[in-house]
Design a protein around this ligand. Sequence first.
Ligand SMILES: Nc1nc2c(ncn2[C@@H]2O[C@H](COP(=O)(O)OP(=O)(O)OP(=O)(O)O)[C@@H](O)[C@H]2O)c(=O)[nH]1
Ligand SMILES: [Mg+2]
Length: 189
Amino acid sequence: MANVKQFVTSALYDHEMPTDKKIEVAFMGRSNSGKSSLINRLAGAKIAHTSGTPGRTQRINFFVMKGWYIVDLPGFGYAKVSKTQRDIFGQAVEAYLTERQPLIGGILIQDVRRDPEEEEFMVQKWAFDRNLYLAIVASKVDKLNQKERIERKKALQEFYRVPVFLVSNRTGEGMDEVRGAIKGLGLSI
Ligand SMILES: Nc1nc2c(ncn2[C@@H]2O[C@H](COP(=O)(O)OP(=O)(O)OP(=O)(O)O)[C@@H](O)[C@H]2O)c(=O)[nH]1
Ligand SMILES: [Mg+2]
C-alpha cells in the first residue's frame, strides 16, 4: 500500500487537521516518556522525531498508518517552554481531546520507573468520560531487572486499576501486546 507509515501534517487547530475522517488514536504522556520512540517502533520506521531534550514535540503530529492515524501529542508536564507557549498547545490539545470526532482512543505512555501523577489520571478520566479506549503503556522496561519488572507492573496496575503493558522502545520487548491492543480496536498494524 502506498503512502502509509509516514508523517502527514502537524497542527494546532481543527481546520489544520486531516479531513478524510480516518480513525485517530492519540499517543499521550509526559514529556520524555517515549511517545515518539513508541510510534517509531510500531511503524517500524523512524517517522517521529525523538529527542533527549524534553518538550520537543510542540504541535499535534499526524502519522498515517494502514487506514488510520497515529496522533503524537505534545508531552505534558514540561516546565521549560514559556507559559504562553504552554497555554497555546495546552488549549489545542484539550480541544483536540474533547472535541475531535475521528478520535476513538488513546495510548498513555509513562516511564515504568515513575508513579503516575495528576496528569496521567486526568488522561484516564478523559478516556472514561468520553467513553474512549485507553491502553496504558509503561516504557523503558530495559532499565529494570526481572524482579523490578514484576514489582513495577504490579504497582502500576494497582495505581491505574487496569492492565499495563510493559515495553522497551530500545529492544522492542512488549510491542506485540501493544500491537494486539491496536488490532483489538479493529485497526491494521
Ligand atoms: N532506554 C530506553 N530509552 C527510551 C525508551 N523510549 C524512549 N527512550 C529515550 O527517551 C528519550 C525521550 O524519548 P522520546 O520518544 O523522544 O519521548 P517523547 O515522549 O516523544 O518526548 P516529547 O516529544 O518531548 O514529549 C529519548 O532519549 C529516547 O531515546 C525505552 O523504551 N528505553
Ligand atoms: Mg515526542
